[in-house]
Design a binder for this molecule. Sequence first.
Ligand SMILES: [Zn+2]
Length: 85
Amino acid sequence: MNCAICNVEMKEYDRHNPVPLFLGERQRVCRECNRFVTASRIHLIDVDPLDKVILAGMFAEILKTAFALKKADEQHAKMLQEEEE
Ligand SMILES: [Zn+2]
């Protein structure tokens, strides 16, 4: 199973509940990304439930996009390095 945010493969014993960032029963996040979940819980604690769903969903999408951009950057850097060799 892969992390719902950064897409890294997770060990079975190291999968964390992603609520409120993801509400689906079958999604889990890795230990690293669980920090984003914990931070979101702290910041969204007093937010109206409907607003919480919208804000958490938006934050989750931003995080997923940021990790996808990171991966693209790493692949680009690797490609440039291979061209130099
Ligand atoms: Zn992750």
